[in-house]
Each structure stands twice: as structure tokens, then as C-alpha cells.
Design a binder for this molecule. Structure first.
Ligand SMILES: CC(C)(COP(=O)(O)OP(=O)(O)OC[C@H]1O[C@@H](n2cnc3c(N)ncnc32)[C@H](O)[C@@H]1OP(=O)(O)O)[C@@H](O)C(=O)NCCC(=O)NCCSC(=O)C[C@H](O)C(=O)O
Ligand SMILES: [Mg+2]
Length: 349
């Protein structure tokens, strides 16, 4: 175990010092772009500014014979657009640590566009040892290529072993930006009997006790509640961010919205968007409801120093509800700074 005072030391001579605190950014959606697909890549300049994060995906969903094209496409799209100027994050998802592509992914991307890259998403993270490896390698590459700003690391929680080690992953390095749930790989790793990318399953349900001949009420349950709860606790305990991952059924926006909203209410900062149709949904869900913001602002105003107990609309407010209100007001301010329409609706001054 590393000594606390050494935790923030750069891991290579000449590498930038890790951030002490995560940059505060609005990340309602991590928008996936397949960089080997020229048609979709051509839309990236118009996407910048309309999504919070553009991610060039090099891993699953890119055919093995297109890996090199995806890597080159990502470098081209990173060079062609000034993402920072539009307040859009630039991320990439590299191939898995045990794949034949990971070294070329990192060697090429840090060399070519390391200064433009905000976050590297690492798939199939099993434990802190995976983060330590990436941490060291990134430091060496940053030093070699004179990268000035530390590149952050985002882990995908998508194996049973990763879930078992989620707390250790969350605090493995000061580079940790956050984590996303990867429901498709996790389902396979766990031996779940599903064929979906996120969302529920009609057969995962509870049923009411029998009451005579009356039909028994039954309701579908959330397959992901346990994992999201574990992920949120591990992330928030370590000052990093939790995200719901992909929702693969683009034709079911209603179910996607419910999945996103459950994640939002449980503490997630955002979700992945895989198709343009999901972007508006993520913007709607991962910004607080205006009525909730108005009530939260009243709580904060009624308890200026955050202590005591007051009644608002018949509901008791105290130090703990003040803290909840602060979460909502702070997020609303972050959203308002980026979205003039919502700024008017929130009216936070
Ligand atoms: C899945 C897709 C290949 C579908 O693309 P397409 O067939 O082109 O769909 P549409 O005809 O409906 O597209 C309409 C227009 O929108 C553009 N488009 C499509 N997708 C995107 C996008 N992601 N960003 C920007 N623009 C997009 C099309 O070009 C059409 O444009 P036009 O013709 O001008 O009207 C494609 O959506 C895609 O590749 N999406 C990303 C898929 C992906 O990254 N999957 C992997 C992530 S999920 C995962 O890995 C699982 C996870 O790890 C886990 O384990 O859970
Ligand atoms: Mg996956």
C-alpha cells in the first residue's frame, strides 16, 4: 500500500502532477462515436457543443479488422475539432488490457493527441492492479510526449470480479475520474440469462401473494439496482463520479428514460448515449427538475448557514435536507452555466 504522501506524486519523471481535485464538469452524457465509420465521424464537428463528452470508441463494436482504422479515425477527429473551445470533453475507450490492440491504442493516441485528451475509458477493469498498470503507462507516455495536463482514467464496471473489487478500483489512483456500469459484459460475466444491452427483463419480477381468485399483481424489477448502488457508493466515497452505461434498444426511448432516471436519482452523473436519439433524453434526465430546484433553493435560503430545523410546506428541513438541496442547486447552477434556456427556468440569479 502506497503512503498517503506519495499518492499524488507523478509516476514518471516529467509527467504532469495528478489533479488534487477533479475538474468540475457537466457530464450528462458520454456520447459514443465509432471512429472507423466515416459517415458518423463526419458528424463530430456538429456534435461538439451539443453533447458534454465525445468519446471515440476503439473497443467492442469495432470489428477486429477495423481497429487500426478506428485509432486513425480518432486521431483525425481529435485533430480536426477544438473540443475544449466548445466546453466538450474528449475521451477515448481503449481496448481491453489483455487484447492485442491496447499498446498501439495508447502509444498512438497519447503521442498524437495526448494534450487534447481528457479521459481514457478502460474496459473490463477487474481490480486496482489494472488501474495501476494504466496509471504507470500513461505517466511514462505523458512524460515522453510532453503532455501538460494529466489524462484521467474512467473504469468500466463490467465483470463479476470488477464488482467484487469496486471499492479498491475507485481509490486505486488520483487519475480516477469515475466509473460506468457495463451491463452487457457484466451480464455475460455473471452468467445472467439475458441478451440485452442494459434495461430490464420481463421475466425478472415479483408477484403478490395469492388472495382468493383475484389476479395476482406482478411487477418487473430493476436488474441493475444492486450494482449501481455499489458503484455509486464506491465512487462517491472516493470523490469520483458514477455513470450508467449503455441502453442498447434505440427503439424504446421510454425504457431508456426510466433506466437513466433511476441512475440519476441514485447518484449517477450521466449515462452513455450511443445514438443521436438518446442525447435529448440524457439532457432532460440528468438535469434536475425545475420544481425540485425551486424547492431546493427555498431550503438553502431558509437555512443560510445550513444548520437548524425549519418547516417548508409542512415538511421538516434540517442540516441533512440542506445538504441534499445543495446537491441539487449546485448541479442546477452547472447546467445553467451551459444551457441558457434552463438557466432562465431555474432562475437562480
Ligand atoms: C449502431 C449504429 C451503427 C447505428 O448507426 P446507423 O445504422 O447509421 O443508425 P441510424 O440510421 O439510425 O442513424 C441515423 C443518423 O444518425 C447517425 N448516427 C448514428 N449513430 C451515431 C452516433 N453514435 N453519433 C453520431 N451520429 C450517429 C447516422 O450516421 C445517421 O446519420 P444520417 O445518415 O446523416 O442521417 C451507430 O449508432 C453506432 O455505431 N453507435 C455506437 C455503438 C457503440 O459504440 N457501441 C458500443 C458501446 S455499448 C458497449 O460496448 C457495451 C458495454 O461495454 C457493456 O458491456 O455493457
Ligand atoms: Mg462492455
Amino acid at each position: 500500500m502506497k503512503l498517503p504522501r506519495r499518492f499524488f506524486q507523478p509516476l514518471a519523471t516529467g509527467a504532469p502532477a495528478p489533479f488534487r481535485d477533479l475538474p468540475v464538469k457537466l457530464e450528462r452524457m458520454i456520447h459514443f462515436v465509432p471512429p472507423h465509420n466515416d459517415k458518423v465521424r463526419a458528424r463530430v464537428p456538429e456534435l461538439a457543443g451539443t453533447v458534454d463528452v465525445v468519446l471515440g470508441n476503439l473497443e467492442d463494436a469495432v470489428p477486429a479488422d477495423q481497429k487500426e482504422a478506428a485509432r486513425k479515425g480518432f486521431v483525425a477527429m481529435a485533430q480536426a475539432t477544438d473540443f475544449a473551445a466548445t466546453g466538450t470533453g474528449l475521451w477515448t475507450r481503449i481496448n481491453a488490457l489483455n487484447s492485442p490492440w491496447i499498446l498501439d491504442d495508447l502509444f498512438t493516441i497519447v503521442a498524437e493527441v495526448g494534450d487534447k485528451l481528457d479521459v481514457v475509458m478502460v474496459p473490463k477493469v477487474e481490480g486496482p492492479w489494472d488501474i495501476h498498470y494504466i496509471d504507470q503507462l500513461l505517466a511514462q507516455l505523458e512524460a515522453r510526449h510532453g503532455v501538460k495536463k494529466p489524462i484521467l482514467v474512467h473504469a468500466i464496471l463490467e465483470t463479476a470480479e470488477g464488482v467484487a473489487n469496486v471499492d479498491a478500483i475507485a481509490c486505486a489512483s488520483p487519475r480516477m475520474h469515475g466509473m460506468s456500469l457495463g451491463p452487457a459484459d457484466l451480464a455475460a460475466s455473471r452468467g445472467m440469462k439475458t441478451t440485452r444491452v442494459g434495461g430490464g427483463h420481463p421475466d425478472y419480477r415479483v408477484i403478490a401473494d395469492p388472495a382468493g381468485d383475484a389476479p395476482r399483481a406482478s411487477a418487473q424489477q430493476d436488474l441493475w439496482h444492486y450494482t449501481i448502488a455499489r458503484m455509486v457508493d464506491a465512487c462517491m466515497a472516493n470523490g469520483i463520479k458514477a455513470f450508467y452505461g449503455p441502453f442498447g434498444d434505440f427503439s424504446d426511448l421510454a425504457a431508456c428514460e426510466v433506466q437513466f432516471r433511476n441512475a440519476f436519482l441514485m447518484g449517477c452523473a450521466g449515462a452513455w448515449t450511443l445514438h443521436p436519439s438518446q442525447v435529448a433524453l440524457a439532457k432532460k434526465v440528468f438535469a434536475p427538475d425545475p420544481a425540485e430546484v425551486a424547492f431546493a433553493a427555498r431550503i438553502v435560503a431558509a437555512m443560510p448557514d445550513g444548520t437548524g430545523a425549519v418547516m417548508l410546506d409542512g415538511k421538516m428541513q434540517d442540516d441533512a435536507t440542506w445538504k441534499q438541496a445543495k446537491v441539487i442547486v449546485d448541479l442546477a447552477k452547472l447546467v445553467a452555466a451551459k444551457d441558457p434556456d434552463l438557466a432562465k427556468v431555474y432562475d437562480l440569479g
